[in-house]
Design a protein around this ligand. Structure first.
Ligand SMILES: [Mn+2]
Length: 300
């Protein structure tokens, strides 16, 4: 029997795919946005949820509806790993491991999943795999010790895309090298990509517009890539703003802040989204895109 993995779309969401690959287990996977949790769970529990040996759900804040489906199913092979504070309501459910910190240090979905897997599958107990997980943690929590390597990992994910990234990193970690490292070619690529990102972010700053939204002073830009970095960059450049809204017209708005008194999980919830206090997102629906097209081209 196969396993099933459901996790997020970012680096902390695809790294569980890498870890499960390393166990040698066969599995199906879905990498989904937080606002697609209900839809995904409805489909799954209506259909083939019973055909899996283990079901792992990582780095996703589940809704109460999703938890109801899990509980009603009476399945005992479901394991939920998450580090979102907004998910702490489910901390005592027997199938969850929800922790925001471990020994005072911020954790991430990949790390919680790794701690579970490494006891079950001894082949995961290697220094390079440990280091890889730690870089993912640093990037996902912005708790940097080696910011360059962590950011480069994200850059590699952006350049390669999910599928290629997962297979590249899986192959590398199977070699059990003494340390996790990049190839010479990748290092050269990072330099080129770094210059491109810097130019891209400077242009976003030039087009930033400020609006009052829900009593917050919001800097709004159109941005399709490097959203976390862009949000952080613009927040630092504009400390007077409460938050940055990064609009990706292909389907998503990302919200970022560096302020402690702003809760972006709540903010995104107004628009049907969610996430963390300092980083969240909501969907741009097809209807919203249509409004834009009709307005722009003056279609009656
Ligand atoms: Mn995460």
């Amino acid at each position: 029997m196969k396993d099933l993995l459901i996790s997020h779309v970012d680096l902390d969401g695809v790294s569980p795919n890498v870890l499960l690959n390393l166990t040698g287990r066969k599995f199906n996977f879905k990498n989904i946005e937080i606002f697609d949790v209900d839809k995904t769970f409805d489909e799954l529990f209506n259909k083939d949820i019973k055909k899996y040996e283990n079901i792992y759900i990582v780095d996703l804040t589940l809704t109460e509806h999703a938890h109801e489906l899990i509980q009603q199913s009476k399945l005992t092979n479901i394991h939920v790993f998450d580090h979102h504070a907004s998910h702490e309501f489910a901390i005592n459910y027997p199938y969850t491991d929800i922790r925001v910190t471990i020994d005072g240090k911020k954790t991430c979905g990949t790390e919680l999943f790794y701690l579970y897997l490494k006891d079950k599958y001894k082949e995961l107990n290697h220094q390079d795999i440990k280091e890889y997980v730690e870089y993912v943690r640093q990037l996902d929590t912005y708790d940097f010790k080696d910011e360059e390597t962590a950011q480069n990992l994200n850059t590699l994910h952006d350049i390669l895309g999910h599928k290629e990234f997962i297979s590249t990193i899986t192959k590398r970690l199977k070699k059990n090298k003494p340390h996790f490292d990049f190839t010479q070619f990748e290092k050269r690529l990072f330099k080129i990509e770094r210059n491109r990102i810097n130019r891209y972010l400077q242009l976003r700053d030039k087009e930033l517009k400020v609006y009052n939204i829900n009593n917050y002073k919001v800097g709004v830009v159109f941005q399709e890539s490097n959203k976390s970095e862009g949000g952080n960059y613009l927040s630092i450049l504009h400390p007077d703003l409460d938050l940055i809204a990064l609009i990706d017209m292909t389907g998503k708005i990302s919200y970022r802040t560096t302020k402690d008194n702003v809760d972006l999980n709540e903010f995104a919830a107004i628009y049907g989204g969610g996430g963390h206090k300092k980083a969240s997102g909501s969907r741009i629906k097809d209807e919203d895109k249509e409004v834009f097209i009709k307005e722009y081209f003056n279609i009656k």
